[in-house]
Design a protein. Structure first.
Length: 230
């Protein structure tokens, strides 16, 4: 069977978290966030990983690659997240060991504690025929939309918060990101890119433990989750 490849995007600066090392290398329970991500992906059925990092940080990520539970390599990202994904997809296409992969899962390194079950659900949806499958959660907060004249409540029962890993047919994701680059579109996730190409996106249940470590408080939550598993 073709390998299931994960593209782990880790090229952001993580300025909202603070600190002087890249966010993906910030430690949680004594290991970098990205190492936790690789473990969750591997446990959920991913066979290989490409980690997209900021240029110049190869030495800093060498330990992560060496300690990865699945074969992993680093490639360099770009200015925006979508540039990083495009670079990662190009590296997969150019790698003889990876070019046979039919599916690719794009995962934010910062969603360090993604449970294996979430990863599994995404892969199963792809095997079942979905072109795009993403984990989502109901929105627990009441949301207001700010308008030109004031603000208005949004019906939250129709909203979902989107997580990663997001799974795709690799050929469709390549086309989608090419379209985004050619038309200079701005997208905050990969499902939006595939949607711009006109493909449907299948939703699978996410998990609150797959929270994105963005601000210092998120790291505290993540530490509490790790302790609760001990
Ligand atoms: O900024 P944001 O929280 O949306 O970033 C989500 C993920 O995308 C992070 O894991 C970050 O490292 C990654 N990213 C990237 N290249 C960029 C910007 C963000 O790989 N240029």
């Amino acid at each position: 069977m073709e390998p299931v490849v994960a593209l782990v995007v880790a090229a952001g600066s993580g300025s909202r978290l603070g600190g002087d090392i890249p966010k993906a290398l910030r430690e949680l329970d004594g290991r970098p966030l990205v190492s936790h991500s690789l473990e969750g992906l591997a446990a959920g059925g991913v066979d290989r990983a490409v980690i997209v990092i900021a240029p110049g940080l190869d030495d800093d990520f060498a330990g992560v690659v060496a300690g990865s539970p699945i074969p992993a390599r680093c490639v360099h990202g770009g200015a925006e997240r979508q540039d990083s994904v495009l670079n990662g997809l190009a590296a997969i296409a150019a790698d003889p060991d990876l070019a046979a992969a039919r599916y690719v899962l794009v995962h934010d390194a910062a969603r360090a504690l993604v449970p294996a079950d979430v990863v599994r659900r995404v892969i199963e949806a792809l095997i079942g025929g979905a072109v795009a499958a993403i984990p989502v959660l109901p929105v627990v907060d009441t949301i207001r939309e700010v308008t030109a004249t004031g603000s208005a409540t949004v019906d939250r029962s129709r909203l979902r918060a989107v997580q990663t890993p997001q799974g795709f047919s690799r050929d469709v994701l390549e086309l989608a990101h090419q379209l985004v680059a050619d038309q200079d579109l701005q997208v905050t996730d990969d499902a939006a890119a595939v949607e711009a190409l006109g493909y449907p996106v299948v939703l699978v249940p996410g998990d609150r433990e797959a929270l994105k470590v963005t601000e210092p408080l998120d790291l505290l939550f993540a530490e509490a989750i790790v302790r609760s598993h001990a």
